[in-house]
Design a protein around this ligand. Structure first.
Ligand SMILES: NC(=O)c1ccc[n+]([C@@H]2O[C@H](COP(=O)([O-])OP(=O)(O)OC[C@H]3O[C@@H](n4cnc5c(N)ncnc54)[C@H](O)[C@@H]3O)[C@@H](O)[C@H]2O)c1
Length: 251
């Protein structure tokens, strides 16, 4: 990188988002670490700054346009205009269709779809001004359909359409947009799923690994490495793609 660039990673207090934020800081980006609660970002910020990187914690609910506007403004003022955006914040509210409540549906759409829309709309102003930018959205293999996840799989499939449209609209401004669709990644999200179905997490991971061609579950660093590539200069001709990172083919 010729000059320092600023990236925003949402849902970066823990899990996949934290690994992405740390990796982008290693790559030389100043990083806006966004999560619901500013104080929950302490560990991610410490990991970055103790290694000599630059980062700030920003508390924001990505489904709130007021929060998003304020978060992007703060990052711009304190770190510089953001030109890289990783829409990673996510929640699950799993239930079979007949038991899924209106709130379960709306909450998942709010974080994944509305959140990614609001963040992307706010950040594109800086990207188009700079004539350069990268957006990476977190989809999922669940986009292909997954029992108990009518809300989540719809949101993750929706993010693929959103990604392709960003690629079409923003390409002429030097902005690429791609989606990553992870399979099973070790994180608090999959630990919570194991708890919900009543299986010890170690057994749950072992069972998942047996179904995965490379015979292991994924790690947050597997996703962070791909984000690192997609936001790099040399990935500038890759746009509107969905990359499944699942230890095997899943689409
Ligand atoms: N873990 C997996 O196996 C897996 C697989 C496919 C896709 N994904 C996706 O990857 C992303 C990260 O997943 P993870 O496993 O690290 O999850 P996680 O639950 O460990 O972390 C998600 C983070 O997002 C934050 N967040 C939730 N709602 C938010 C909001 N409204 N505003 C701001 N931040 C919010 C949470 O506080 C949390 O820190 C999610 O989009 C998830 O859907 C995960």
């Amino acid at each position: 990188m010729t000059q320092s660039r600023t990236a925003i990673v949402t849902g970066a207090a823990r899990g996949i988002g934290a690994a992405i934020a740390v990796r982008l800081a290693q790559d030389g980006f100043a990083v806006g670490v966004v999560d619901l609660d500013e104080s929950s970002c302490t560990e991610t910020i410490a990991a970055i700054t103790s290694a000599g990187g630059r980062a700030i914690a920003v508390g924001a609910d990505v489904s709130s346009s007021a929060d998003v506007e304020a978060a992007v403004r703060r990052v711009t003022e304190e770190l510089g205009a953001p030109t890289v955006l990783v829409n990673n914040a996510g929640i699950t509210r799993d239930n079979l269709l007949f038991k899924m409540s209106d709130e379960d549906w709306d909450a998942v759409m709010g974080v994944h779809l509305r959140g990614s829309f609001l963040m992307s709309r706010a950040v594109q102003a800086h990207q188009t001004e700079a004539g350069w930018g990268r957006v990476v959205n977190l989809s999922s293999v669940s986009a292909l359909g997954n029992r108990g996840q009518a809300n989540y799989s719809t949101a993750k499939a929706g993010l693929q359409g959103f990604t392709k449209t960003l690629a079409v609209e923003l390409g002429k401004f030097g902005v690429t947009a791609n989606a990553i669709a992870p399979g099973f990644i070790e994180s608090e999200m999959t630990a919570a799923t194991a708890e919900r179905v009543g299986v010890p997490y170690e057994d749950f991971k072992k069972g998942a690994a047996e179904q995965i061609p490379v015979r292991r579950v994924g790690q947050p660093s597997d996703i962070a490495a791909t984000v690192s590539f997609l936001v790099s200069e040399e990935a500038g001709f890759i746009s509107g793609q969905v990359i499944y990172i699942a230890g095997g083919p899943r689409d």
